[in-house]
Design a protein around this ligand. Structure first.
Ligand code: GTP
Length: 362
């Protein structure tokens, strides 16, 4: 099983047990109401049976706290089936105790893969139909008057609606939360929390389309930490990681709301600057360079770790692709490295755009 699948399974399972625990509290509260109701309806035997149910739910709740999940589940199954059977046989099918059996359908379906859920589902179906047939055949063994029966039916339907809504909502919110987490994982670099390369390219395609439509400028800045291997080798990989996080924070602080910075890979970062021409992008890159040079990382260790960055800057030429502009910015970065590092270099001009058909003319 992949790590992602394992993580989803863990989340779904943890959520299932958490929800089961809440359901034991809700069900015990409902049984207390039943206790009062059956005393009022003149059926003390049924009233005291509900006290037994409260005890079973209390025990199941404790077992869940101790993580004896299977034993807890067994108790809950016993209680719900017992309650539905005794209630339907004593008071009659119309009392609506059978609805509680239906709550097992979603619980079974989310408990595992198909081979695991098929048998319990078939068993539940058989119990439901069997109970229906037997209780209709026998009629109520401990009849209560019509008003009490109607009230009981409304109460049971209401509780069933509330529980079914609660569980469905619970799973909906769980899916939403998990979806959000997966999206975060897919778009962000786990170390620096900056966007990753793939997400930056997605944003860049959108920005490029907008720049072309609105006829505005779009610039790119590629940044690489100088002598980063030396930092790793001399101070350790952990300090190297902290430097990456530290400069990421500085990079974000340099950005406007419309700018985007991403970890491009290793110790390389890429800024995307909408509405920014080459001159403004060069100014921006100089500010980034100065910010890093002036703010060394102060780790817990006694020495501070100073580092510098080299930068390459390109502004997209009309008709130029993103990839071509990145190649130019990368070339400029290389120039910065060759010229001694800790500097900003503008990219060479883009190759002139060939008007459509002109290449065919010669
Ligand atoms: N700590 C840490 N190091 C990383 C990470 N990703 C890449 N590196 C290291 O970054 C170093 C990059 O080294 P080089 O490509 O030689 O570049 P450099 O030492 O910065 O030299 P110049 O770029 O020429 O200034 C390698 O040692 C990689 O192992 C990371 O996530 N954490």
């Amino acid at each position: 099983m992949s790590l992602a699948a394992d993580a989803r399974r863990t989340t779904a399972h943890a959520a299932f047990w958490m929800m089961t625990r809440r359901v034991t509290i809700l069900a015990a509260s409902v049984d207390i109401v039943f206790f009062v109701f059956f005393l009022w309806a003149g059926s003390p035997l049924l009233a005291w049976l509900n006290v037994l149910s409260v005890g079973l739910y209390g025990a199941a709740n404790r077992l869940l706290v101790w993580r004896w999940n299977r034993s807890a589940l067994l108790l809950i199954w016993l209680e719900v089936i017992g309650h539905a059977v005794i209630g339907s046989l004593c008071v009659g099918w119309d009392a609506g105790f059978n609805y509680y059996l239906l709550m097992f359908i979603p619980a079974i379906m989310v408990s595992g893969d198909w081979p695991r859920v098929a048998a319990p589902l078939a068993m539940l179906f058989a119990i439901y139909l069997g109970l229906h047939a037997v209780s209709n055949q026998l009629g109520p063994l401990v009849p209560i008057d019509d008003t009490a029966l109607a009230l009981l039916n409304v109460f049971n339907v209401s509780i069933f609606f509330a529980m079914a809504s609660y569980t469905a909502r619970f799973y909906y919110l769980l899916v939403r939360r998990t979806e959000g987490r997966l999206r975060e994982h897919a778009t962000r670099d786990t170390l620096t929390q900056l966007f990753n390369r793939r997400h930056l390219l997605e944003i860049a395609e959108g920005e490029l389309a907008r720049a072309r439509r609105d006829d505005t400028s779009l610039s790119l800045v590629i940044v690489d930490i100088d002598h980063f291997k030396q930092i790793n080798d001399e101070l350790g990989h952990d300090v190297g990681d902290r430097v990456l996080v530290h400069v990421s924070g500085l990079f974000q602080a340099c950005c406007r709301a419309s700018d985007t910075v991403a970890r491009w890979g290793g110790e390389e970062f890429l800024f995307l600057l909408p509405n920014t021409d080459i001159e403004a992008a060069l100014d921006f890159a100089r500010r980034v360079r100065v910010a890093v040079a002036r703010h060394p990382l102060v780790p817990k260790a006694p020495t501070e770790v100073a580092c510098t960055v080299s930068l390459g800057v390109a502004s997209l030429a009309p008709g130029e692709t993103l990839e071509a502009a990145i190649v130019r910015a990368d070339r400029a970065l290389y120039e910065s490295k060759m010229a001694g590092r800790n500097r900003v270099t503008p990219a060479p001009a883009a190759a002139p755009e060939v008007p459509l058909g002109e290449d065919l003319a010669c």
